[in-house]
Write a protein that binds this ligand. Structure first.
Ligand SMILES: [Fe+2]
Length: 190
């Protein structure tokens, strides 16, 4: 049976561009596959995936404004690329408007772009599915290695994903978000 919150999130998704809806469905397929394989709670994975990109197409100035309203002072990386805030702001929306109070669901939404030290398996599944859904792999073929690792070992897949992200960030000159650095250190030690 579908939870009312999932129905409400699906209705909200219908207001978003087809691109975001199709991405969300592909992430859902991938995330539920990973959850089944690793014994992760699908009832947490589903609302997290349905909510993760609700603010993906919100203009950058609006994300900065909403984060400010939440009392969040953007860091250097978030000022350079306000899109980094879309997970944090979506998590707040899920809590305030959709009544989601499960910390794992909220953190999976909040950290789906950066990762963080101490991620739960729900968070790892959402992060990895977001990066390795088929269309994403078509654009970034090197991420198929991450998808293959994720079948057997979520932590190994996280480490490789973070390394690939950091290599790209170096090439492109991106300011790296501190949560990415924290996540890489965390998975290196595991
Ligand atoms: Fe996202």
């Amino acid at each position: 049976m579908t939870e009312p919150v999932e129905e409400a999130l699906r209705r909200e998704l219908e207001r978003l561009p087809e691109e975001v809806r199709a991405h969300t469905e592909r992430v859902l397929d991938e995330a539920l596959r990973l959850a089944a394989r690793h014994g992760v709670d699908a009832s947490k994975v589903r609302p997290a995936v349905l909510g993760h990109d609700l603010l993906r197409v919100t203009p950058r100035e609006e994300l900065l404004r909403l984060a400010g309203e939440m009392g969040h002072e953007p860091n250097e990386a978030e000022r350079a690329e306000p899109l980094l805030l879309h997970g944090r702001v979506a998590a707040a929306l899920l809590r305030e408007r959709f009544g989601v109070d499960d910390a794992e669901v909220l953190n999976a939404v909040r950290y789906h772009t950066t990762g963080r030290a101490g991620m739960s398996d729900v968070e790892k599944v959402v992060f990895l599915a977001d990066k390795t859904e088929p269309d994403g792999l078509a654009h970034n073929p090197e991420w198929s290695e991450v998808r293959d690792l994720a079948r057997d070992d979520l932590d190994a897949a996280m480490l490789r994903a973070l390394e690939l992200y950091l290599e790209r960030a170096r090439r492109e000159g991106w300011t790296v978000h501190p949560d990415v650095v924290g996540a890489r250190e965390y998975f290196e030690r595991r």
